[in-house]
Design a protein around this ligand. Structure first.
Ligand code: DOR
Ligand code: ZN
Ligand code: ZN
Length: 440
């Protein structure tokens, strides 16, 4: 089965290739990238003229909620959202119920994803049993079962002795640690960024230092143990400065940022809409500017979604009581395109670097490139398509987006996983291709 992608602007962030070209896919592999490939032996042709063709996006940070919170999201709905959002591979976080702290649950998630999903799902295992911060999980067995990293996400390991043991073990087992850096005692009761806006609204704030002290601690522990540390969703300019310092010292540290932290500030919060309640919180203008600089300079390696779907009844509890998080798999690409690429903060090839190549490198995956001989995971973007974000159209069960009603430019036109089209958006019609409906 041969597919020809014709006439798109093909970007490969590894080699720097950036040309209008054709791509021939044979079965699951890219066999040729060149100008004017004949369509004679192609079984199907995708017209990509005017579009950007990038290596399939890899999201290091999504919450799929299954098992345990299927009212928020399931592996099936979350991976359909990934396909619709242009992601060919996503990592899912372990704060499920039960927590992904043992081999059986890791295997369950992998097998379920194999059954119901047409995108790749890579589970992240918990650092400690039940994410209670006390007893380390069996990193070696979890890695053997298919876990690609360990993380406690929002349940930051507060005990520095446990955090150090975890990093020592991670270094020994050679598995990366994804750290949501937030000191719980400093963040206590906080629901948004500590600053003037929180004062105006009368809400408890979360200090910058809640994040920065933990970033500093974890960088020091990584230096001390040799662990491969990946700092999750950086939100302050000084966190980025700390990471820059560590990188300059040669530490094997990487980090990520979300679209919402690159675009929104605490001034966008009116106190009534809990879709703006995110952890770590939306910061101020200075931080947004600092994060954008750090992204463009290469201090921030990856753009992730931190897709955190919640049920409407949960977000409707009001700003103080609602859970933290935003549904983001289906908005990230268009937001990054409109706000960062179109506005010249990063180039299209940097977008591919931050969303495909670098996340793949963090996990040492054989992905994130668009080259002959490599797997045909591809995302095609129409840079001129303008539309309004409308959560009722989401494939995700989580309709909780702070970007509802926002006009964006640049949409996902095709998502291709191992040579197979799993999402297509053509002539106003959208199709998400399910893996195997019979098994559902
Ligand atoms: O906003 C967030 N939501 N931040 C996290 O770290 C966790 C996530 C969730 O699981 O809902
Ligand atoms: Zn987090
Ligand atoms: Zn998260």
């Amino acid at each position: 089965m041969k597919t020809l992608i014709r006439g798109g602007r093909v970007l490969d962030p590894e080699s720097g290739y950036d040309k209008i070209a054709d791509i021939m896919i044979d079965d699951n592999v890219v066999v040729e990238i060149a100008e004017n490939i004949s369509d004679e032996d192609a079984d199907s042709v995708i017209d990509a003229s005017g579009d950007y063709v990038m290596p399939g996006f890899v999201d290091l940070h999504a919450h799929l909620r299954e098992p345990g919170f299927e009212h928020k999201e399931t592996i099936r709905t979350g991976t359909r959202a990934a396909a619709r959002g242009g992601f060919t591979t996503i990592c899912c976080m372990p704060n499920t119920r039960p927590v992904m702290d043992n081999v059986e649950i890791i295997k369950y998630v992998i097998e379920k994803a194999e059954d119901v999903s047409s995108v790749n799902v890579l589970p992240v295992a918990a650092v400690t049993a039940a994410e209670e911060g006390e007893y380390l999980t069996d990193f070696d067995a979890l890695k053997d079962a298919g876990a690609v990293a360990v993380s406690e996400d929002i349940n930051t390991v507060m005990d520095s002795r446990v955090a150090r043991q975890a990093m020592r073990l991670a270094a020994e087992v050679d598995i990366p640690v994804f750290a949501h850096c937030e000191d719980k005692s400093l963040a206590k009761r906080g629901v948004m960024n500590a600053g003037n806006r929180a004062k105006e609204l009368g809400f408890y704030g979360i200090l910058d230092s809640a994040e920065e002290t933990m970033v500093a601690r974890d960088l020091i522990l990584a230096k001390n143990t040799g662990a491969r540390l990946h700092v999750c969703h950086v939100t302050t300019k000084d966190s980025a400065e700390l990471i820059k310092f560590a990188k300059e010292k040669g530490l094997p540290v990487t980090c990520e940022v979300t679209a919402h932290h690159l675009i929104l500030t605490d001034n966008d919060i009116d106190g009534s809409d809990a879709d703006f309640k995110i952890c770590p919180p939306l910061r101020d203008k200075d931080d947004v500017e600092g994060l954008r600089r750090a992204l463009a300079d290469g201090v921030i390696d990856c753009i992730c979604t931190d897709h955190a779907p919640h049920h409407k009844t949960e977000k409707d509890r009001g700003f103080l009581e609602a859970p933290f998080g935003a549904s983001a798999l289906e908005t990230t690409v268009s937001l990054i395109w409109s706000e960062l690429v179109e506005k010249g903060v990063i180039s299209p090839i940097q977008m591919a670097e931050k969303m495909s190549l670098n996340p793949a490198k963090v996990l040492r995956l054989d992905k994130g490139v668009l080259q002959a001989g490599r797997i045909a995971d591809i995302t095609i973007i129409d840079p001129n398509d303008k539309y309004v974000i409308d959560s009722t159209k989401f494939a995700s069960l989580g309709k909780n987006t702070p970007f509802e009603g926002r006009e964006v430019k640049g949409s996902v036109k095709y998502t291709i996983v191992a040579g197979k089209v799993v999402y297509a958006h053509k002539d106003g019609n959208e199709t998400i291709v399910d893996k195997d409906i019979a098994k559902l």
